[in-house]
Write a new protein. Structure first.
Lengths: 720, 185, 330
């Protein structure tokens, strides 16, 4: 066995297209997801959720249910093992919903009140439906709207600062030639990954083994260990294939329920959430009510900037949808204010959902910019060029790299923006009114500490161990390419093992930080291995392994504004008869550092853009005020785009070197969605002459807005 | 007398016969996934609202989550595990792989089974909601992007792989069409 | 879902007898609605009588030149059938506009007629619903109702009928045939779905235990000039927020014959007879179409969040009749 990494050094895997290494398993059905790994003596758990929105559990009628065929146990607050939610996890305090069955309080409709475990899923389902839970109901309040008097400013968290302020916004607005003052709303939105959350738990030789579907196996393992006070080394969590996550797959009630039940029953227990249960158990994106005030000179230069965003949280936990953060990166003004406000309601706690903050925030802000461009009579792209900041508007820090204008330039060229007549309501093709719009995009490029191990095997191959999660991002493939380049070998010689807490701690697949974080750790370990191999000598049967931990290097990073950027372009058609909006074309151009795998990266960008399209036109969970629970909590009631809604979509990128950055990769998971809803709403205005400030832009809203505009025009004509 | 709530049935799946007792409540999807270890068919909603569980019943696509297993006895069932020819992927599978017609992969088996049927339905002259003129004299338009999108709309994909899925279906349809032409020639 | 018995029937009288053999028995066709509702706990049958193997899967001409469609014909086969597409294109279009390719392969004509409403209160057993649980109330009236009925509703129930196919059948005066233990019977579409009134839980005029055996479309030359248009909140795979089946015969600019039925506006497919009467013998132009729509929609009783349907249906009537006029003139 030679001790070099390759006969001929191979480089350039990063940046060239590679199909997914697990692709064959996925197209043949061989890939097993969390609910699909068989175990002898497997039992099935079914969660029972509260049907009242606030109150106390008076009784759980488990007696008759225990007598039903196949039922093994019913866990509830009267008999469940104790757990401890008073700990600090990787992302802060746990959501109290994981403190399953610990008390009789019901803080919202859909709160888990019991778990029924039976021999078969059919038996478990029927027993769960038959379980009678009685409540002492209390009045509830689930009404989210702007201007609630009980809204409050939350405290700062390590992730989100509640408020930033410089200068005098009121004075700045007074001194402005042009002012935009508008309110925007976005509805409650749900992740709805195609694979429902599922966990199978069992005790195996004194260790807890959990087959799960999550965004970070070591994260979930450590949360479970803390929650149950287990020795961390005794908990193993695996998550080989994940059928989508989008922020929803951390620790949720289903893993806790499975662990509780397997501990009680001494048999493997699988708990799979139903689609409708997902609407209350795994978090969601809060609705937002946002007010934006922009003051500018006649030429569009901003003098005053104010973005205030209200979202909701539950009565048991605090989560802030950080919609007002964009202005802290995108636009400067002498007077600059951003503020988050919260209201506490009797609803489940929201959580991170693809581009948390930036997605709803960009709808409001990038719509407001378009309104400002209209009022100033200048091109929306020219407006953004005019307001391009030199440094972070709030931090004053330099940008690690900022190529948003290059994105606009390339996008405008490819979209044909120069030929666009800016006047609204002029283009018609049969029953369709046509329009186009644009918006900027940005998302932070963060990084988290990770460990990795790279082994030169005796057979000439290499094994990379990195506790990444592949939630559909192509992480396995990306790490293969990164390792291949660092080792200077062909990717075919590299095997990557991921998604197992026994591999050691690593960053989660979240916040667009996964690839950047894991690639850093893999590169450091692979570089060290390559150097060790270059010294010569044989490879022992157990191989030679180099390890890395990026914690220290991350701590030493210089303070900078680190973000991805992009420009979104949309063309829409609006049916004048029915109010239906169809997106005819989307183009996104991004500046997102090094693109590891163009094939999968393009898929990911486009996927994000389709999220933006869905957000603009479809997505909305409806909460019934009387019951406090959803109406239509399923995929027929909660729409996201189908094949027929999605036109040709192009995504591409400009060169975006990041000088001095040790990785050069920025992360692309979220930025695709940012700004798309605004670009579409701006295009709808361009088509119809009517602004839509409330999402989604449903046919009924388009029809009502058109009626209203006609009435106003008629009234205006009459009084003139 | 209360009717029996379970039956011993034989299912014909991917050319194999499987005999098993089933609770009548068991759907074909659950029989495949939980009883027969054929987990390629996915459960995305269990309500006929996503298409992830799509299989072929007597050659036609169907959602297995709303098909009771006991009622599937006597029908020819093809799942994602049965569409390849040994190691040789079905042209639709190959096109999905080559063109990255998936991300998380969970809707993929349903998309592929559906796409196989879409190509056959189109070849059989079935119109769709995207077909302007459904009268038989008008014929059926070519399987272009708009027809594919409409016909595939019963398969949701939350990752948003639609653009490459449509390309993959078009490519596979073309490959299939070419084969047919050669066979005819 | 509670445990239940399962029987497969091979003959019509056998199926009817099996249904009568047990309380809480239901016919199982494609199962696309029933099995879903069983999972939701809305339906809890003790016995399912599988009728998919009944010899009711043919489409053919009646003696008088109409079309006779068997009850177990799948939605797919109905929409693909050359005679349906030739003589009743709106029916083929309506079926193709519904559900998905997979569901249309499973769903039968008989089952499609018996679809239950998709009202989110009806399908959620934790909530009141007069249709599911008579007397419990209708939370949609003061709650979420932006896709609920504007015509023919009552304070007891404002749910809409979800079928696209039934809208076209209503336009074409279809007749439903059924079989009971006492023999066969027939119901015209106009009587098949009774008004909501105080009994929203009574959804059809079928006698107890009746099995739908088929649908007859009388000969109707005007139906060859027909179309179905559906508006929904997603481009496909979604229920209608408004739809229309229309057929039109125009000669020398005068409306000779017209059929109009509206979907997603009422508890049943809504045959727009007032609009038809307003149109017959009059000019075929946008003003007349709009006036006809207004004549029909004068009876609309919109709620705070579904008033747009009046605008929508008016626009749809005008748009689709205009398209048909152009088509007929070509």
């Amino acid at each position: 066995m030679t001790t070099t990494t390759g006969v001929a050094a191979v480089t350039g895997a990063v940046g060239s297209a590679h199909t997914r290494v697990e692709g064959r398993d996925k197209v043949t059905g061989a890939a097993r997801y969390s609910g699909e790994v068989p175990f002898a003596e497997l039992t099935h758990g079914w969660l029972v959720l509260s049907t009242v929105a606030r109150g106390r559990i008076r009784s759980v009628g488990d007696g008759p249910v225990l007598a039903m065929p196949g039922v093994l146990t019913v866990l509830h607050h009267g008999n469940a093992p104790r757990v401890d939610t008073d700990y600090m996890g990787m992302l802060g305090r746990p959501n109290p919903i994981v403190g399953l069955f610990q008390h009789d309080r019901v803080p919202f409709a859909g709160w888990p009140v019991a778990l029924v475990v039976a021999e078969t899923s059919e038996q478990a389902r029927e027993a769960a439906e038959a379980l009678v839970v009685q409540y002492d109901e209390e009045p509830h309040d689930v009404a989210f709207h702007s201007g609630r008097s009980d809204a409050y400013t939350p405290g700062d968290t390590p992730i989100v600062k509640a408020e930033t302020e410089k200068g005098d916004v009121e004075a700045g607005l007074d001194a402005s030639a042009v002012v935009v003052d508008a309110e925007y709303t976005t509805p409650e939105e749900h992740h709805n990954p195609m694979e429902p959350h599922a966990a199978t738990a069992r005790w195996d030789g004194g260790r807890l083994d959990v087959i799960d579907s999550n965004q970070g196996s070591s994260w979930v393992a450590s949360e479970l260990a803390q929650l149950f006070s287990f020795d961390p080394a005794s908990v193993r969590v695996r998550s080989e294939h994940v059928g989508g996550a989008f922020g929803s797959k951390g620790l949720s009630p289903h893993q806790v329920a499975a662990v509780m039940a397997t501990t009680v029953l001494h048999r493997p227990v699988r708990v799979v959430l139903t689609r409708s249960q997902m609407f209350s158990l795994i978090g969601y994106r809060s609705p937002t009510a946002q007010r934006i005030r922009l003051g500018a000179d006649a030429d569009g230069r901003l003098r005053a900037f104010d973005h205030q965003a209200q979202s909701l949280t539950s009565t048991v936990h605090e989560f802030v949808e950080s919609s007002a953060v964009l202005g802290r990166v995108m636009y400067d003004a002498d007077a600059h204010h951003t503020l988050h406000r919260l209201v506490r309601l009797d609803v489940p706690t929201p959580t991170w959902m693809r581009a948390p903050g930036e997605a709803p925030g960009s709808f409001a802000l990038e719509s407001a910019l378009d309104e400002l461009a209209e009022k100033c009579g200048i091109d929306p792209i020219a407006l953004r060029v005019r307001n391009e900041p030199e440094a972070g508007p709030v931090s004053g820090l330099p940008f690690s790299s900022r190529n948003v204008l290059a994105c606009f330039e390339e996008g405008a060229r490819r979209f044909g923006w120069a030929d666009r007549d800016p006047r609204p309501g002029l283009r018609r093709e049969g029953r369709w009114l046509l329009g186009s719009g644009t918006a900027a995009a940005t998302y932070p490029s963060g990084v988290g500490p990770s460990t990795a191990a790279v082994t030169a095997e005796a057979d000439g191959t290499f094994t990379v161990r990195i506790n990444a999660a592949d939630v559909g991002t192509g992480a396995r493939t990306a790490m293969t390419l990164v390792a291949a380049d660092a080792l200077e070998v062909d990717p075919d010689r590299v095997r990557v093992r991921i998604a197992d807490s026994d591999l050691g701690p690593a960053m989660i697949a979240g916040g667009s930080m996964g690839t950047r974080s894991w690639a850093w750790a893999v590169t450091v370990a692979a570089n060290e291995l390559r150097e060790r191999l270059s010294l010569g000598g044989g490879i022992p049967p157990e191989g030679i392994t180099a390890r890395s931990n990026t914690a220290e290097a991350i701590g030493a990073l210089t303070q900078k504004e680190r973000h991805s950027f992009g420009a979104q372009f949309a063309e829409v058609a609006v049916d004048v008869d029915t109010g239906e909006v169809r997106v005819r074309r989307l183009l996104g151009i991004y500046a997102a550092g090094t693109i590891v795998n163009p094939l999968t990266a393009r898929s990911q960008f486009i996927g994000g853009m389709i999220w933006g399209l869905s957000m603009a036109l479809h997505e909305e969970a409806i909460r019934d005020q009387a019951s406090g629970s959803h109406v239509g909590a399923d995929l027929a009631g909660y729409h996201f785009a189908s094949h027929a809604d999605v036109p040709i979509i192009e995504a591409d990128w400009v060169d975006d070197p990041v000088p001095g950055d040790p990785v050069g990769i920025k992360g692309i998971g979220e930025i695709g969605i940012v700004g798309v809803a605004a670009a579409i709403a701006n295009a709808v205005w361009h088509a119809t002459g009517v602004r839509h400030r409330d999402l989604p832009i449903r046919p009924d809203r388009v029809l009502c807005a058109a009626d209203e505009a006609r009435r106003r025009a008629a009234g205006g004509a009459g009084s003139a | 007398m209360a009717p029996s709530t379970s039956s011993a049935i034989t299912l014909n799946i991917n050319g194999e016969k499987y005999t098993l007792p089933v609770d009548h409540r068991t759907t074909l999807l659950d029989a495949l996934r939980e009883r027969l270890d054929l987990t390629g068919s996915k459960k995305g909603c269990d309500q006929g609202q996503c298409g992830a569980c799509t299989v072929l019943l007597d050659g036609r696509r169907a959602v297995s989550c709303l098909q009771l297993a006991v009622a599937a006895e006597g029908r020819v069932i093809t799942t994602i595990e049965g569409v390849a020819d040994g190691e040789q992927l079905h042209p639709v599978q190959q096109a999905f792989l080559d063109l990255d017609g998936f991300q998380c992969g969970y809707c993929t088996p349903g998309q592929i089974c559906s796409a196989i049927a879409v190509i056959e339905e189109h070849a059989a002259g079935w119109p769709s909601a995207a077909t302007d003129d459904v009268r038989p004299e008008a014929g059926v338009p070519a399987l272009g992007a708009e027809e594919i999108r409409e016909r595939m709309s019963g398969n949701l994909c939350r990752c948003g792989a639609y653009v490459s899925i449509v390309q993959a279906v078009a490519q596979a349809a073309e490959a299939t069409g070419t084969q047919d032409k050669e066979a005819v020639a | 879902m509670r445990e239940f018995g399962y029987e497969r029937a091979f003959g019509v009288s056998e199926a009817v007898a099996l249904l009568g053999s047990a309380p809480d028995a239901r016919f199982l066709g494609g199962g696309t609605n029933l099995v879903d509702l069983m999972k939701a706990g809305v339906e809890r049958p003790a016995l399912l009588v599988d009728v998919r193997e009944l010899p009711l899967d043919g489409v053919g001409f009646t003696g008088g030149g109409g079309l006779r469609i068997g009850a177990t014909v799948t939605n797919s086969d109905l929409a693909a059938h050359p005679e349906v597409r030739r003589h009743h294109p709106a029916l083929a279009q309506a079926v193709l506009a519904g559900a998905s390719g997979q569901l249309r392969n499973m769903a039968t004509v008989g089952g499609n007629l018996l679809q239950r409403t998709r009202c989110g209160y009806f399908t959620d057993i934790s909530k009141p619903c007069n249709k599911r649980s008579p007397g419990s109330g209708c939370p949609a009236v003061d709650g979420e109702h932006h896709n609920h009925a504007i015509l023919g509703a009552s304070a007891r129930c404002i749910a809409t009928h979800p079928s696209d196919m039934a809208v076209a059948l209503a336009a074409f005066d279809a007749v439903i045939s059924y079989e009971t233990a006492d023999g066969p019977g027939e119901l015209p579409m106009s009587e098949f779905y009774p008004p909501v009134g105080d009994t929203p839980h009574i959804e059809t005029a079928l006698p107890p235990g009746a099995l739908i055996t088929g649908v007859t479309l009388p000969p109707s030359p005007v139906a060859a000039h027909s179309r179905y248009r559906k508006v929904r909140e997603r481009a496909s795979y979604a229920f209608a927020i408004g739809s229309i089946a229309a057929a039109l015969d125009v000669r020398d600019g005068v409306v000779r014959e017209v059929r109009l039925a509206l979907g997603a506006v009422a508890s049943r497919p809504w045959r727009a007879r007032a609009a038809e009467q307003a149109l017959i013998g009059g000019p075929a132009n946008a003003e007349a179409f709009a006036a006809a729509a207004d004549a029909e929609l004068a009876a609309a009783e919109p709620l705070p969040d579904n008033g747009y349907k009046v605008t929508l249906m008016r626009s749809l009537v005008v748009a689709v009749l205009t398209e048909l006029t152009e088509e007929v003139s070509r």
